[in-house]
Design a protein around this ligand. Structure first.
Ligand SMILES: CCC(=O)SCCNC(=O)CCNC(=O)[C@H](O)C(C)(C)COP(=O)(O)OP(=O)(O)OC[C@H]1O[C@@H](n2cnc3c(N)ncnc32)[C@H](O)[C@@H]1OP(=O)(O)O
Ligand SMILES: O=CC(=O)O
Ligand SMILES: [Mg+2]
Length: 349
């Protein structure tokens, strides 16, 4: 492990110094674009103003014979739109570290559009050694190509080994932006018996004890609770952000919304959107409920210095509920700064 003094030093001569704190950004959805698909790519300029992050995906879902087209398409879409002008993040998901494509992905993208790129999403991260490799390589490429803003790294938590090492991954580098749960690859890696991308399974349930001849109640359980909780703790303990990943059934908006909302309530900042229909769901879910915001604002107002104990509507408030209220009010302010409709509803000063 690196000595604390050296943690924030650039890893290559001429590379920018890492951020001490993550830039504060609203990232309710990471919207996936297949850059080899000319039709979808053509929609990116219009899309950029409507989502918080546009991600050009180079990994899974891009056929092997289209990898080069996807890389070129990503460079073209990055050059064609001024993402910073609308406060939209520009990310790419590169191919896995053991694939034949990753070096060309990083060499091409940092050379061509490194200064426009906010975050590189790295799939199938198994442990801190994967982050160290990417960290060093990015520093060398930033130095070579005169990139002055550090490119951040976002890991996908999608292997059993990655989950076993989640804390070490979260603290591996000051370049870490956050982590996303990848339920599809994780299910395969764990030997789960599913064929879905996120969500529940009708057979994963608990059943009530028998009570005479009455039918026994049973309820579906959450397959992802344990992993999301581990990921959120690892991320928040290290000052980085946790995200739910993909939800594959585009026809089931209710289930997508429930999956996103559970992640939001447990501490996630956002989720992936793979289809335009999921963008509105993410906007609805990853912004606090106006009634919660109003109550949180009352708590903050009732305890100006955040200490002591007061009663509001029969409920005790103290330093700890003040901190919860701050989380909600701060997020509402971030959302309001980007969304005039919600700003009008939240009415925050
Ligand atoms: C499972 C683990 C993972 O790794 S998940 C991440 C990897 N997967 C992805 O990135 C998939 C991203 N999504 C897509 O490529 C498309 O949505 C796929 C799945 C191919 C479906 O597209 P399609 O058959 O055109 O759907 P559709 O007819 O319902 O589309 C309606 C209109 O919306 C467009 N659209 C579709 N997807 C996107 C998108 N991601 N971003 C922006 N636009 C999109 C379609 O082109 C279509 O447009 P139009 O109405 O015909 O003009
Ligand atoms: O990459 C995402 C996943 O669910 O796998
Ligand atoms: Mg995956």
């Amino acid at each position: 492990m690196k000595l604390p003094r050296r943690f924030f030093q650039p890893l290559a001569t001429g590379a920018p110094a890492p951020f001490r704190e993550l830039p504060v950004r609203l990232e309710r959805m990471i919207h996936f674009v297949p850059p080899h698909n000319d039709k979808v790519r053509a929609r990116v300029p219009e899309l950029a103003g409507t989502v918080d992050v546009v991600l050009g995906n180079l990994e899974d879902a891009v056929p092997a014979d289209q990898k080069e087209a996807a890389r070129k398409g990503f460079v073209a879409m990055a050059q064609a739109t001024d993402f910073a002008a609308t406060g939209t993040g520009l990310w790419t998901r590169i191919n896995a570290l053991n694939s034949p494509w990753i070096l060309d992905d990083l060499f091409t993208i940092v050379a061509e559009v490194g200064s426009k790129l906010d975050v590189v999403m790295v799939p199938k991260v198994e442990g801190p050694w994967d982050i160290h490799y990417i960290d060093q390589l990015l520093a060398q490429l930033e130095a070579r190509h005169g990139v002055t803003k550090p490119i951040l790294v976002h890991a996908i938590l999608e292997t059993a080994e990655g989950v076993a090492n989640v804390d070490a991954i979260a603290s591996a580098s000051p370049r870490m932006h956050g982590m996303s749960l990848g339920p599809a690859d994780l299910a395969a890696s764990r030997g789960m018996k599913t064929t879905r991308v996120g969500g529940g399974h009708p057979d994963y349930r608990v059943i009530a004890d028998p009570a005479g001849d009455a039918p026994r109640a049973s309820a579906q359980q959450d397959l992802w609770h344990y992993t999301i909780a581990r990921m959120v703790d690892a991320c928040m303990a290290n000052g980085i952000k946790a995200f739910y990943g993909p939800f594959g059934d585009f026809s089931d908006g209710d289930a997508c919304e429930a999956q996103f909302r559970n992640a939001f309530l447990m501490g996630c900042a956002g989720a992936w959107t793979l289809h335009p229909s999921q963008v509105a769901i993410a906007k609805r879910v990853f912004a606090p409920d106006p009634a919660e915001v109003a109550f949180a604002a009352r708590i903050v107002e009732a305890m100006p210095d955040g200490t002591g104990a007061v009663m509001l509507d029969g409920k005790m408030q103290d330093d700890a509920t003040w901190k919860q209220a701050k989380v909600i009010v701060d997020l509402a302010k971030l959302v309001a700064a980007k969304d005039p409709e919600l700003a009008a509803v939240y009415k925050l000063g």
